[in-house]
Design a protein around this ligand. Structure first.
Ligand SMILES: C[S@@+](CC[C@H](N)C(=O)[O-])C[C@H]1O[C@@H](n2cnc3c(N)ncnc32)[C@H](O)[C@@H]1O
Length: 280
């Protein structure tokens, strides 16, 4: 897709301009979200209109005007061209998701990680997804592991409603249980000591939730997928720093780090990692 966008924009922009632009595209269903650098802001309408005219799949173009922020991890978007809607349908790993790109967090960039974790699940697992968003991890895991049961918590009411719809769309009503609320409260009040595995896909503050995650495991033993951000000069050191960060976060508990994945660079010398931690 990026290649196609480059080709389309080549005719309208200087080489240096479109190189910069194409590295910061997200295509979610029919919606393109582009980070337009300040230097190109006079051309943002031209860029957006070109995408609508020339790339069939794109029906709406937004410019991203803020980083991802707030409790619900949202980004401010400016509508630039096409249909003025934030709702789209996104397909990933044979699952279908209704997504609201303004009022919920959603990133297609975690696709590989979603499939990787899906493949680690054993039969009959009880899983808690502490920060489920519109249900992406939960639904993909459930699609590939029909004997698992997944409690899917999110504090954003819009994400919760879409998670419910996505469970219906993917016919996983028996397997995925949506819960609206704060993960700490919901686990403490209802889900202590029941899980075989916990997902913590909120890298900014996951560390604050480690005790809660472990308290949800049956007999305080099981697997935790711990997401974090680490500073590093390159991918290799990101892995080393990820091991250090994870060891510190789980220092209270007997644990083994079975794997660390460096998911992506989220800023200059700033990486997202996922650690597969086994509490023993
Ligand atoms: C980075 S997003 C991850 C969403 C989803 N797992 C995905 O990959 O698409 C983090 C999510 O955590 C939710 N969230 C933030 N604080 C929370 C809390 N204390 N309890 C439950 N959910 C929370 C946000 O609303 C957001 O949807």
């Amino acid at each position: 897709m990026t290649k196609m966008l480059k080709t389309v924009l080549e005719k309208k922009l200087e080489v240096s301009e479109h190189d910069k632009l194409c590295s910061s595209f997200d295509i979610i269903g029919n919606i393109a979200i582009i980070k337009i650098p300040e230097t190109l802001s006079s051309k943002k309408k031209l860029i957006a209109d070109t995408l609508i005219e020339e790339v069939k799949v794109i029906k709406t173009v937004y410019g991203q005007v803020s980083g991802i922020e707030g409790d619900y991890r949202l980004r401010k978007l400016e509508w630039l061209s096409g249909e003025n809607t934030a709702i789209t349908v996104y397909k990933e790993h044979a699952c279908t998701f209704k997504v609201d790109v303004i009022n919920t967090y959603f990133s297609p960039r975690l696709s590989t990680e979603r499939l990787r974790i899906s493949k680690l699940i054993k039969p009959n697992e009880v899983i808690i997804n502490m920060f489920a968003g519109v249900g992406t991890f939960s639904i993909i895991i459930s699609h590939y592991n029909k004997t698992s049961k997944i409690y899917s918590i999110d504090s954003n009411p819009v994400a919760y409603e879409l998670c419910k719809e996505n469970i219906e769309i993917n016919k996983l009503n028996r397997n995925v249980i949506p819960i609206l609320g704060d993960a700490k409260l919901e686990i403490t009040n209802k889900l202590k000591g029941i899980a075989t595995r916990v997902l913590m896909p909120l890298p900014e503050i996951a560390r604050e939730f480690v005790d809660t995650a472990v308290s949800s495991l049956a007999n305080n033993k099981g697997d935790v997928h711990y997401f974090a951000h680490v500073r590093a000069d390159n991918k290799k050191t990101a892995k080393q720093n990820g091991i250090k960060d994870t060891s510190e976060a789980f220092s209270k508990f007997n644990h083994i780090i079975n794997n660390i994945t460096v998911v992506r660079e989220v800023g200059p010398r700033f990486y997202q990692i996922v650690s597969d931690v086994e509490i023993i």
